[in-house]
Design a protein around this ligand. Structure first.
Ligand code: TYD
Length: 211
């Protein structure tokens, strides 16, 4: 990317790992450094993608199989990239996305057993070589994460209702992704206090993207 484009940061992790709060606070930090920031999320972040979000996150866990939902996630992702993420980066705006392609790799590739190679093939023919400048993966025990989500009342809980083995495979998937993509990924322990995790995130962004 040229010097004048914004940076693309993604936050990843299991359900209940605290990504949404951490993303919001990270956006404040980047804003305070004098940069313009856009906070967005997947699935969603553009009008068409938001409609697909509803299809994906509501209803029975077996409503879609791994291949079907992967294609839906990628349709939403292309819409989000084309209409929201890429135009903002081109204007020099920094973009933080609460979830991106590593979620499909972890949830569908590992969790739903579509297989990492198959997800990678779909990624390569759709998104291609475009990738985040930095990905922070919040790693948390899956029981702890699901316990945190149980207090929330919402109808977009299709993945939270998947069995515990699904969530264990997904967590291992994120750990594998972090190992294989160390040039852009950092795995952070999300079991501690939110303030401590935020400090760690800010330090990572500063070291990797601001110095
Ligand atoms: P959301 O309500 O945004 O949950 P969270 O706060 O945990 O991010 O729902 C997103 C759900 O969709 C979440 O359970 C993970 C799942 N998901 C996938 O399975 N694959 C994907 O590619 C993405 C982006 C999300």
């Amino acid at each position: 990317m040229s010097k004048d484009t914004g940076k693309f940061i993604t936050l990843e992790g299991g359900d209940g790992s605290g990504k949404s709060t951490q993303s919001r606070e990270l956006a404040e930090f980047i804003k305070a450094s004098g940069r313009e920031v856009l906070l967005t999320r997947e699935p969603g972040g553009a009008a068409g993608a938001d409609e697909i979000r509803k299809l994906l996150l509501t209803g029975d866990p077996d409503r879609w199989d791994g291949a079907e939902e992967t294609l839906l996630f990628y349709t939403a992702r292309l819409n989000h990239l084309r209409l929201t993420v890429k135009p903002a980066l081109a204007k020099g705006i920094w973009v933080i996305s609460d979830r991106f392609a590593d979620s499909t790799m972890a949830y569908q590739g590992y969790g739903n057993r579509l297989g990492p190679e198959n997800v990678q093939k779909i990624h390569d023919v759709t998104v291609g070589s475009f990738e985040p400048d930095l990905t922070c993966i919040l790693d948390l025990d899956v029981y702890e994460g699901l316990k945190r989500t149980h207090g929330r009342s919402h109808d977009e809980d299709r993945f939270e209702r998947m069995d515990i083995e699904f969530h264990e495979r997904m967590r291992k998937g994120f750990q594998a992704i972090a190992k294989e993509n160390s040039h852009r990924c950092v795995l952070l322990d999300a079991s501690g206090e939110p303030g401590v995790i935020q400090r760690e995130l800010r330090r990572t962004v500063q070291d990797r993207l601001m110095s």
